[in-house]
Design a protein around this ligand. Sequence first.
Ligand code: FE2
Length: 420
Amino acid sequence: MSLVVRNARLLDGRLVDLLAEDGRWTRIDESIAADAAREVEADGRLVTPPLVDCHLHLDASLTAGKPRWNESGTLIEGIHVWGELKPSLTEQDVFERAREIVRWSVAQGTLFIRAHADVSGENEAMVRGLLRLRDEVADLCTVQVTAFPQDGIFARDGDEERLENALRLGVDCVGGIPHYEPTAELGLKEVHRVFELAKQYSRRIDVHCDETDDPSSRFLEVMADDTVKFGLGGRVTASHCTAMGSYEPYYSSKLHGFLRRAGINIVVNPYANSLIQGRLDVYPKRRGFAQLKELLAAGVNVSLGNDVIMDPWYLMGRADMVEAASLALHFTYMSGLEEIPEMLRCATERGARTLGVEDEYGIEEGKPADLVVYDAPSALEVLRLHPPRRWVIRRGRVVAETTPARTTLLGEPVTFAPPL
Ligand code: FE2
């Protein structure tokens, strides 16, 4: 089976043809004469490697309203609603809801997802449902599963063992939530325990770290130190890190250096954090975002996640990483001409680095033929318009197509593009 994509615009502006054979790119050149079983005419549209969703609570997706609505929209009510729902979930229910979100994601060009499975409490349905999902959708989408102890590991008897049990069940990453432990001391203990488990079971780490507006929440520096001590550079991710939005400049600059030297990945989740952080402030209110722009400048890898989709914490969402990138762009001041394409890289190649899948990712000869063709010519236009993904290609096969909507005004087309 072969496929050729013609006149595809790369992020660096070059126009190329791409030939895929047996699921891999075999030629990328200015013009390829070969015939192929399937031909896609990109006609100058932008292409990138797949979008990467680095952080998604797939076990909770599509549960909004069950068993009741989050009336206040706050984090704490969301946690209470989720706690009420969790015991009743089944592996089948988790699997089916998560599979539906994978369908939405792939249709919009996201072919890599790091999911979080709540492993706090006795019900194993969340982790079992997502492990089954990972294996069953592998041809369509690469899913990694993180064991996420939503309630911490020291607040309730048995939760520390349940986290380790999830590793035995086969999750890809060990998670944590140190700022949520009853005391800072227990939070420190949790970070160290997560690193010990990762080392023992040879897994990656993805910790919910400092997801608070409290500037004294500083577990990220402990993660950086443990990353060096355990020799896990590149394999460790800290997610959310919203307390960084409240760190003063001196401490921030010290922390940036620590993170770069340790080789930690940071994941920004703009949806929930734009609504949850700063909520208790009087005006002026803080934004509660990790320092994405400054971290990139310091040489730290930053990527993005959807985090929440129609769940107890967030009643909206439709699994679009372009919209997530656009929202993050606004909250982190990434609006400079060169910063806009960098934002798209945070949703694509930087995400691949976070997941550790770089060897099987990218528009290069020999790599898997995965591609997104946007219905727009540049990164700026993609982030301005959130255009349909005209074609999504997985392993050399077109798996999703979208026909763009057509708008007319008094019979004349309206394109939302500047006149030529
Ligand atoms: Fe999260």
